[in-house]
Structures are given as structure tokens and as C-alpha cells.
Design a protein around this ligand. Structure first.
Ligand code: PEP
Ligand code: MG
Length: 598
């Protein structure tokens, strides 16, 4: 590529649609703290450097405060600026300043290292306090420490600046918290990241908010500058930097075509997904925020099959309490009633934690996540369970526990729920009778004992994003192993078969809410396996419904039988694609349109 010339990059198609806009590059790589012992004559200079970094940090925060005030207008300003004021106060806090100065002077640490150590000490002190307030403050201390260190290193903390409307965010990687904040609060047009894979949470959020995204591009951050024109084709995983006039007009046409096809599909969105041989599959939506409900309904969603409640925690420095959860759940239940709403208890842990609550773990995906985390944090869990039970009278609630690994864990979770219920009943709080309680099947251990689990819960929901990760042993965030991420791997298919037959025998419904459910090419396989509900991001609903209406469940069953006799994932995929191509010409974007009247 010549400087300023066009370059075309290929990554993973993470969220469909085409966006054309100006690049807004943000650097969210964690700052690395250099460590060095000072010579005796360097101490005074280092103390001066530290003092300057505090002053620069304060000036930056004053500037951010002004910008946020202007961008927010009248609403929300007080709350945002109060946080910034608190951060400015922290820059003067004795615990931080005196401790860092002491470390520079007495232990002869360089300023970056001294700040890091001082921050750790303060966080440790907060940790010992049971008080929620102090726990919340740990995130703020981190935030402020990172700013000082970046200033010492001469790196401008560029997340301070708010992207203009219509910007295309380009980053090495985005934590779920960043994505939630950037995409949710600002009208950005698209995002592109060096890292990530199709089922990373950032990709899921982009799909949920219908923002085109390409992830796993590898090196885009080294190629673009703020203000460059970029085209993002989230349907094909292509990014064009500094496009030519010809490419611009070509993609403008493609964008129009995409919107026209979407509009056409929406015409039949409200017809039920009943196959030609009369098997009805409920097609539901996955949501991360209450604000997605209107879009879910306007795409023909018949229920909420998965509400990822942990997103209420992300992108903020404080912790929501019972009342905030209750109001949020109530709002969603009322908006959907009488349609069912499956609310999943917090899948917190790993990178899904507010920054101040993250603890280092070598293998976060195998660590204290989801139900394990909640059972270890009974106060947090109780607050959510109480909020859920209180909200149950406002609609058709189903409660679901994530990452259940065995029967004992399911019993422990149910016990916590029963305790919360008993408490509320004692206080005379009304609760809906017979709230179904289900579990996510997303661990191989759960799939293998699905028959035992089925007799102790009311429904299953298959989380293929994690089930595939744990079955094949590949990090779902890691683009280097994304090529192994095969929903139609024989091992996965066998597990799905096992789960669905256990559910059938126990007479309980089985949903699928992983990304596999929203891929139209899988629809026939899934109805053949006997999945009774498919839950996906809103924009996938109309097409999946249309495919199901044109399908026969009996053909799906025959297809599954053939697939189970094959061996490699490639052979299985080919068989599915051939079958779908034959039955639904045009579905895979090759020839002719899908039968419209289906
Ligand atoms: C899954 O694992 O498939 C799932 C739906 O849960 P999440 O993507 O939130 O881990
Ligand atoms: Mg999961």
C-alpha cells in the first residue's frame, strides 16, 4: 500500500451491513508499566516528572469535563461531571500521591512503577472493606492510575474524546465495556478490530445493536489514521481504507441493496415459523440492553430467549443494585407481555466485569465465571434473584442459570432462588406462581449428563458459543484458532443430539441461544434435531423464520441422520450447504431469490 493509498483488508464478518465513514482510531491496549530502579541522583527528577504527570492528568480531566458537558446537553451532565470531579480529587489524594512519592524516594522506583504499586495498595485497602462504596471505588483508582502512567509514558489517553456521530471505530481490541459504551451511547457507524472472533462479546453486541463490524483483521490499527475514509462490509468481512471513487460508488450501491433486501424480508416477519409439516419453532431474540426490545419486536421476535443481564454492569464504574435491576427487568417484561422473557442470571467473570472488579486469572474462561461467580458472591446474586422474583408479576418470566456444570451446582442455584423467594414471601411481596427455571447447556459436562439435569429443571437453552469453545478447546476470542470454530464438528453435533433427546424424553423444551441459532444455513439441522426455540439477534429473525416456513422438519431429521454418519466437519458442512442450496436456492447468497411467499 502507498501512504494514503487504498488498502483492502479481510477479517471476520462479525455483524452484517455496510458502513462508509471516517475512521476514529482508539487505543485500548492495556498500558504496560516499565519497571526500573533509579540511581541516587535521579530521584529528584523523577519526583518532578511525577508531579508534572499529575498536573497534566488534571488538565486533561478538566477538558473532558467540558466536552462531556457540551455533548450531553442538559441531560446526564451532572452525573457524568460528578465522576470526573471525583477523579480529579483522587489526583490529589494523599494515599496515592504520598505513597508514590515515598516509593520513588525510599525504594528508588521509577514513577510508573511507583504509581502502579500505590494503586495496588489502595485497591487492597478497599478490598478489605465490605462496603459496596469502597468496592466501587477500586475501578476509579485503576482508571486514574492508568491515566497517570500513560501521561508519564507520553501516551495520550484517547478514549477521553467522544467519537463524532457516524464515525467508524478502529481499535486493536475492545473490551465488552468499551463496546457497550462506545456503541450504546454514541451513534457510531461501524467498528473494526485487529483482534476478536465472531462469538467475542464485542461482536455479539455489534450485532445486537445492528452496527456493521469486522473483527480479527490483524493489523488495521497500523494502517489507518483518524479521519481516513473507510468502508466496512460486515456481511463479507471486508474493510477498505481510503477507497477510490469507484469503490465508494460500488459500496454505496451495495448498501442500498442490503437495505432493500432487509425491507423485503420484513414484510413477512410476523408470520409464525411453522414448517410445512406443521412443526412450530418459536423464534426469539437475544438482548443485552432493554433498549433493544423495540428492534426485536419490529423484526418479528416472538419472545426474549436470552437477556444477558451482566451488560447492566459493564461500561460503568458503580454497581447497579436490586432496585435498578428490578426496574430494568420490569420494563422488559412489560414491553414483551404476554410473550415469554428468559432472563439469564449474571454471566460475570473474565473480561465481563467492570474494570475495577477484574482479578487476574490465568484462564478466565475456566475460572470464576457465571454461576460459579454468583454462588461465590451471595449478596450480589441475592440482589438479582430478588429483583427477578419481584419483577415476575409484570410479565411472563423464565429464569435461567448460565454455565451449569453439574447437578450439584444446579441445586445450589435453585436453593439460592428458593431462599430469596422465601424472604420475599415472608415480607408479603407478590411473586408470580410457577416461574420456569432453566439452565444453559454450554459445557460438555452438562451436555453429557443432560438426562440427569433435565429432571431437575424446566427447560434447556443451548449456548453453542461456549459449548463449541469448551468442546473443541478453542478460545472463542482468539482469531488464530477461529478456523477451528466449527458448529458442525461431529463432536458438537453429537452433543446437540444428546441434549435434544434428553429434553425430549423429559418432556421439557429446548432452546438454542448461541450464535449458531441465527445462521439460516443451520435452520434445517436444528429443526431436525428437535430444538423448539431459536434465539438470535433481532436482524437475523426474519430470514430464519422464512427458511423455517419453507422447510419440513422430517427433511431436517433425515438430514441429521445423514450428518451423524459422516466424519469430518468439512464433510458435514458440505452436506448441509448442498442440501440447503438445493432446497433454498439463493439462501447462501449464490443464485436466485429465496421463495418470497414462504
Ligand atoms: C453461549 O455461550 O452460546 C451464549 C449464548 O452465552 P454467551 O455468548 O453470553 O457466553
Ligand atoms: Mg455462554
Amino acid at each position: 500500500m502507498t501512504p494514503g493509498g487504498t488498502s483492502i483488508l479481510v477479517g471476520i464478518a462479525a455483524s452484517p451491513g455496510i458502513a462508509i465513514g471516517r475512521c476514529w482510531a482508539v487505543d485500548r491496549r492495556r498500558v504496560r508499566t516499565p519497571k526500573r530502579r533509579l540511581g541516587p541522583d535521579e530521584v529528584e527528577d523523577e519526583l518532578a516528572r511525577f508531579k508534572t504527570s499529575l498536573e497534566v492528568s488534571d488538565l486533561q480531566l478538566a477538558e473532558v469535563k467540558e466536552k462531556v458537558g457540551r455533548a450531553d446537553g442538559a441531560t446526564g451532565t451532572a452525573e457524568h461531571t460528578a465522576i470526573i470531579d471525583m477523579h480529579r480529587m483522587m489526583l490529589k489524594d494523599e494515599m496515592l500521591v504520598l505513597e508514590a512519592q515515598r516509593l520513588i524516594r525510599d525504594e528508588r522506583l521509577n514513577a510508573e512503577w511507583a504509581v502502579k504499586r500505590a494503586v495496588r495498595k489502595i485497591k487492597g485497602a478497599f478490598h478489605e472493606q465490605a462496603d459496596e462504596y469502597f468496592k466501587e471505588r477500586r475501578a476509579d483508582v485503576d482508571f486514574i492510575g492508568e491515566r497517570i502512567i500513560k501521561n508519564l509514558l507520553g501516551q495520550a489517553p484517547d478514549v477521553d474524546e467522544l467519537p463524532p456521530e457516524g464515525a467508524i471505530i478502529v481499535a486493536h481490541d475492545l473490551a465488552p465495556a468499551d463496546t457497550a459504551l462506545l456503541l450504546h451511547e454514541r451513534k457510531v457507524a461501524a467498528f473494526v478490530t485487529d483482534a476478536g472472533a465472531k462469538t467475542s462479546h464485542t461482536a455479539i453486541v455489534a450485532r445486537a445493536l445492528e452496527v456493521p463490524a469486522v473483527v480479527g483483521v490483524g493489523r488495521i490499527t497500523t494502517l489507518v489514521h483518524r479521519g481516513d475514509w473507510i468502508i466496512v462490509d460486515g456481511s463479507r468481512g471486508v474493510v477498505v481504507v481510503n477507497p477510490t471513487a469507484g469503490e465508494l460508488s460500488e459500496y454505496e450501491l451495495a448498501r442500498e441493496k442490503f437495505h432493500a433486501e432487509e425491507a423485503e424480508l420484513l414484510r413477512t416477519r410476523d408470520l409464525p415459523a411453522r414448517t410445512r409439516d406443521e412443526v412450530t419453532v418459536r423464534v426469539a431474540g437475544n438482548i443485552e440492553f432493554a433498549e433493544e426490545v423495540p428492534s426485536l419486536l419490529s423484526h418479528g421476535g416472538e419472545a426474549v430467549g436470552l437477556y444477558r443481564t451482566e451488560f447492566l454492569f459493564l461500561g460503568r464504574n458503580d454497581l447497579p443494585g436490586e432496585e435498578e435491576h428490578y426496574q430494568d427487568y420490569r420494563r422488559i417484561l412489560e414491553a414483551l407481555a404476554p410473550r415469554p422473557v428468559t432472563i439469564r442470571t449474571f454471566d460475570l467473570g473474565g473480561d465481563k466485569l467492570p474494570s475495577g472488579m477484574r482479578v487476574h486469572a490465568e484462564n478466565p474462561a475456566l475460572g470464576l465465571r457465571a454461576i460459579r461467580y454468583c454462588l461465590r458472591q451471595p449478596d450480589l446474586f441475592r440482589a438479582q434473584l430478588r429483583a427477578l422474583l419481584r419483577a415476575s408479576v409484570h410479565g411472563n418470566l423464565k429464569i435461567m442459570f448460565p454455565m451449569i456444570s453439574g447437578v450439584a451446582e444446579l441445586r445450589a442455584a435453585r436453593h439460592a432462588l428458593e431462599e430469596a423467594r422465601a424472604d420475599l414471601v415472608r415480607s408479603g411481596v407478590p411473586i408470580a406462581p410457577d416461574i420456569p427455571v432453566g439452565i444453559m447447556i454450554e459445557l460438555p459436562s452438562a451436555a453429557l449428563i443432560a438426562d440427569r439435569l433435565a429432571s431437575e429443571c424446566d427447560f434447556f437453552s443451548i449456548g453453542t458459543n461456549d459449548l463449541i469453545q469448551y468442546t473443541i478447546g478453542i478460545d472463542r476470542q482468539n482469531k488464530d484458532v477461529a478456523y477451528l470454530y466449527k458448529p458442525l464438528h461431529l463432536a458438537v453435533l453429537r452433543m446437540l443430539e444428546l441434549i435434544c433427546s434428553a429434553a425430549r424424553q423429559a418432556g421439557i423444551p429446548v432452546s438454542m441461544c448461541g450464535e449458531m441459532a441465527g445462521e439460516p444455513v443451520n435452520a434445517l439441522v436444528l429443526v431436525g434435531l428437535g430444538v423448539t426455540e431459536l434465539s438470535m439477534n433481532g436482524s437475523s429473525i426474519p430470514l430464519v423464520k422464512r427458511v423455517l416456513r419453507a422447510a419440513r422438519a422430517s427433511d431436517g431429521r433425515a438430514l441429521v441422520a445423514r450428518l451423524l454418519a459422516l466424519t469430518t466437519a468439512d464433510d458435514i458442512e458440505r452436506e448441509v450447504r448442498d442440501e440447503m442450496r438445493r432446497r433454498f436456492p439463493g439462501l447462501l447468497g449464490e443464485v436466485g431469490p429465496l421463495p418470497v411467499g414462504a
